[in-house]
Design a protein around this ligand. Structure first.
Ligand SMILES: [Zn+2]
Ligand SMILES: [Zn+2]
Length: 154
């Protein structure tokens, strides 16, 4: 039935201006508004942005300025002035994270530290200990001392 199909399509259309967020076409976005992706590429986190403030209309909708863009390709615009630089982990945070990781990847029987997490809660030790074979070189850290190297330069 072509009639019902046409009807459904009309329902999906929402006139521009009746939506909660203002819409802007590509190239006509006011200064200070960027998409989430652009924000991320600038090395910023949304910060104090509480959700998008506007919508970046998709390319297709440039030919339909009177209708609201409801396509999944539309973008959500955030305010740059509310964005914050992404927090880089401090040395103390990295150390704490490393310790937590060490606890989860170190075998209590052979004290080897593996590059993956061990089934400590269920098995209690590494697989080579549990089944009695030599672990494959490269699956565990060779030095007994846990090296804590700061990944950031300077
Ligand atoms: Zn659209
Ligand atoms: Zn072990």
């Amino acid at each position: 039935m072509p009639r019902t199909r046409k009807k459904r399509r009309e329902v999906a259309r929402v006139p521009r201006g009746e939506t909660a967020l203002p819409e802007f076409d590509r190239g006509a976005v006011p200064e200070g508004l960027v998409t989430r992706r652009a924000l991320r590429e600038m090395g910023l986190s949304p910060g104090d942005n509480e959700g998008p403030v506007a919508i970046l209309r998709c390319r297709l909708c440039a030919t339909r300025p009177t209708w609201s863009c409801r396509h999944p390709t539309r973008g959500f615009l955030l305010r740059v002035d509310l964005a914050r630089p992404k927090r880089t982990p401090t040395l103390a945070q990295e150390l704490a994270l490393d310790r937590a990781m060490a606890a989860r990847s170190t075998c209590s029987r052979c004290s080897r530290r593996y590059y993956y997490c061990l089934p400590l809660r269920t098995v209690g030790c590494c697989d080579p200990c549990a089944r009695g074979y030599e672990p494959t070189p490269g699956t565990y850290v060779l030095t007994t001392a846990t090296p804590v190297t700061h990944r950031l330069a300077a």
